[in-house]
Design a protein around this ligand. Structure first.
Ligand code: MTE
Ligand code: HPA
Ligand code: MOS
Length: 749
């Protein structure tokens, strides 16, 4: 079944924040932001802006009625700079004007007197200065020191990974409308309506029941709107509170790129030890996360880096240490994979390093160390592993050895084009690593005409979660999908939501929806039992809009049943709550069972490098992927294809560039290159993993949102192999592999 939004998307009828019909009297916000990455804010001159045409008011930190604070995890993030600036792009003042153009014009008339201080952009420098967001975190299993002493082979090195711009097609934005008795209704392009509600309440001083947040859908979030939608909603809310008029702000692309954080760059040190049978015995890794100027989601992102530090491998002795380093960049934030990919890159690099030194294929080391059932992850959870099955099934279908041979044969013949192949196994834990976040609610109403309205805490951002939730309701009620309508995500209907993140939205909200629908269905069965003279409700079922008795269709249809139930005063609404069972994590011991389950998969990635120009093409990504029982293969295949291309982009052409002064140089689409249709792999093959395992997700499906991104990382190592087929060299592990870097390595000798 197609994504329910596909028709309205194609027709341009889908409603995004900027399409919401305007209310008379709406003011437009625009932010004046810091041009200096680090400095003392001596004064702000807003006099000219205030006199500028159409300006209603200019707001600075001193005008806030509530707290000047939006930090969710750590309270270290002022909404508006006060006394100091910490990054280029930090909001200092808000202009509220009669039109967008007039607001932008007035912003240009504001000046700030900032005395510059030395900016820090390198996480290792920040760590050396002791400037950490939170104390270091550590995972320990076994005894690395002793193990290294007994290893046949020990290799150590360093890796660098850059950030990634989210580039959601819809930029950040919000629209706040005053309602009676000082309340506010806020439309926001956010993955976390409750996060927005909390931030708005903090800066306005309002209690949460006075603030309604509503989300129709996002034109993409990719993690960038898990926490970072809060600022813009807060800005609009403050404006609406102070002027008693509706306030809207939809950021321009360059504002968005300059003022928001990105995927975290990491710099890391590794040491890997193997025995003579190529078993990895010990692994020591230290991560320096470039957090940016405030915490945002950096601490949980850092934690997930540790959780995925050993990717799909079982390593008996592990010491993994992680530092979240405060720098003068915009606060970096969630991005598909949430720190997991950064952890996996380092172990993959370490394996490649060992393989090259030992003269074996990296695939041999990878294959030899895949985690098996019952093996323990460094955080204490025992694996129910499909790492080996996904490798074996993928290899059986796609034949790595043959693809490698094909590439070798090509390379023997071709002087200036070289092919490279790499295996990329992935193991990704599903659940928010912070256990309390793994809960969701669903509100289901059956109306007397037989139509069904569902509200959940899930936010639709293109990933198809609404389609999946509608499928759940349709299945329980035995109805066609057009009888189900998924409504906006709204904090009045569904309170205290977790953000739509961690790939878990369909799992959590789908389960809650299933529970709510089943409760209503069971009440309807009690009514139907009398109407169709069934002996027991167990003999009844709902299919094709009819009641079935002992598998036979009765004349009682859904609509009549619903009306009858209503006339008998049976409750046709339900609000259900789901909390993932069996998960826990204890940071005092750094052990527990944080994940409901893991998603496993293995990809083979092939590339061709043009060794004269340094350009490359991805020939194929062939993966064996664990969907569980996919609820919707067209949505899930879309998630795989999109995730792979986003992962490829991060590892190859996308390059976030800040200069030493902390200014974003890749600040527009002309200087930040993302994959287009020409850079998509020529072939993406998807083989669903065959497994009979039960899992905790809805209708035995599995989460699919983030894991496929990490297949794209295989392209990095495939390019490296192609370069090595051209020239003897040992490129540094410094991602992304832009064509420039490829060229430099091709001719480094
Ligand atoms: N797919 C689309 N089209 N747009 C998005 O913004 N976000 C990704 C992924 N797939 C995203 C997407 C991220 S970061 C996550 S965590 C999941 O979707 C969240 O949705 P889910 O929990 O429903 O999978
Ligand atoms: N994943 C994604 N988002 C999150 C998580 C997580 O594990 N924890 C908090 N926010
Ligand atoms: Mo996704 S990074 O968990 O929003």
């Amino acid at each position: 079944m197609k994504n329910l939004d596909s028709k309205s998307h194609v027709r341009g009828e889908s409603i995004y924040l900027d399409d919401i019909p305007l209310i008379q009297g709406t003011l437009y916000a625009c932010v004046f932001d810091s041009a200096v990455a680090h400095g003392t804010l001596r004064s702000i001159n807003t006099a000219d802006a205030e006199k500028s045409e159409g300006v209603m008011r200019v707001v600075t930190a001193k005008d806030l009625i509530g707290e000047n604070q939006i930090g969710g995890v750590v309270p270290d993030e002022p909404l508006l700079a006060d006394g100091e600036v910490h990054f280029q792009g930090m909001p200092i003042a808000i202009v509220l004007a009669e039109s967008e153009e007039l607001a932008r014009k007035a912003v240009r008339k504001i000046t700030a007197d900032i005395e510059p201080l030395e900016p820090v952009t390198d996480p290792r420098v920040a760590a050396a200065n002791g400037d950490l967001i939170v104390p270091p975190k550590k995972f320990i299993m076994g005894d690395c020191e002793e193990a290294f002493a007994n290893c046949e082979h020990v290799f150590s090195g360093r890796t660098e990974q850059n950030g990634q711009e989210h580039l959601y097609i819809e930029t950040q934005g919000a629209y706040a409308i005053p309602i009676e008795n000082s309340g506010l209704k806020v439309y926001s392009s956010t993955q976390g309506p409750t996060a927005v509600q909390r931030a708005v309440c903090r800066v306005t001083g309002l209690p949460m029941h006075q603030v309604e947040v509503d989300v129709q859908r996002l034109g993409g979030g990719f993690g960038g709107k898990e926490d970072q939608a809060n600022a813009w909603a807060s800005i609009c809310a403050v404006g609406a509170q102070l002027t008693k008029r509706p306030v809207k702000y939809a950021l321009h692309r360059m504002e968005d790129m300059r003022m928001t954080g990105k995927r975290h760059p990491y710099s890391s040190d590794y040491k890997i030890g193997l025995n003579k049978d190529l078993k990895i015995i010990a692994y020591e890794v230290t991560f320096y996360q470039n957090a940016g100027a405030s915490a945002d989601l950096s601490p949980p992102v850092l934690e997930r880096t540790l959780f995925h530090a050993t990717n799909s491998y079982f390593i008996p002795n592990v010491t993994a240490t992680a530092y979240s380093c405060r720098t003068n960049l915009p606060p970096n934030t969630a991005f598909r994979g949430f720190g997991g990919p950064q952890g996996m890159f380092v172990i993959e690099a370490a394996i490649v390093h060992a393989a090259e030194k030992l003269g074996v294929s990296a695939a041999d080391i990878q294959r030899n160390n895949l985690i098996d059932d019952g093996d323990e992850f460094p955080y204490g959870q025992k694996a129910e592993s499909d790492a080996i099955t996904s490798w074996t099934q993928g290899d059986a279908e796609f034949n790595f050895a043959h693809l490698q041979k094909e590439a070798d044969g090509f390379n023997d013949e071709s002087k200036y084009f070289k092919k490279g192949v790499a295996m990329m196994p992935v193991c990704f834990g599903i659940s928010f690593t912070k256990t309390p976040m793994n809960q969701a609610r669903s509100l289901v109403h059956v109306y007397t005409d037989g139509s069904v309205a569902v509200s959940t805490g899930a936010v639709e951002m293109g990933q198809g979660v609404n389609t999946k939730i509608a499928q759940v309701a349709a299945k329980v009620f035995g109805l066609p999908i057009d009888k189900i309508k998924i409504h906006t995500t709204n904090t009045l209907r569904i309170a205290n939501t977790s953000p739509t993140a961690a790939s878990a939205a369909a799992d959590l909200n789908g389960k809650a929806t299933q529970m709510a629908c089943e409760t209503i269905r069971d009440r309807l069965f009690e009514v139907a039992k009398g109407l169709v003279e069934a002996e027991a409700v167990e003999n009844l079922s709902l299919e094709d809009g009819h009641v079935y008795r002992n598998g036979d269709r009765t004349s009682l249809d859904w609509k009549s049943l619903v009306m009858d139930a209503h006339l008998q005063r049976v409750n046709l609404s339900e609000h259900a709550h789901y909390a993932t069972p069996g998960i826990n994590f204890d940071w005092t011991t750094a052990k527990g069972h944080p994940f409901a389950y893991h998603v496993y998969g293995t990809a083979i990635v092939g590339v061709t490098v043009d060794c004269l120009r340094g350009r490359y093409e991805v020939d194929y990504v062939k993966c064996c992927h664990d969907f569980g029982s996919s609820m919707n293969t067209s949505v899930d295949n879309g998630q795989i294809e999109g995730g792979i291309v986003q992962g490829l982009g991060w590892m190859t052409m996308e390059e976030v560039v800040y200069d030493d002064a902390g200014k974003l140089r890749s600040n527009a689409l002309s200087t930040y290159k993302v994959p287009d249709i020409h850079s998509v792999p020529k072939e993406i093959a998807i083989l669903p993993l065959q497994t009979n395992r039960e899992n905790l997700a809805v209708l035995n499906s599995k989460a699919v949102g983030e894991p496929p991104l990490m297949y794209g990382m295989g392209a990095y190592f495939a390019i490296r192999n192609a370069i090595k087929a051209f020239t003897e060299c040992s490129p540094e592990f410094d991602a992304p592999f832009t064509p420039e870097k490829v060229l430099m390595n091709l001719y480094s000798e």
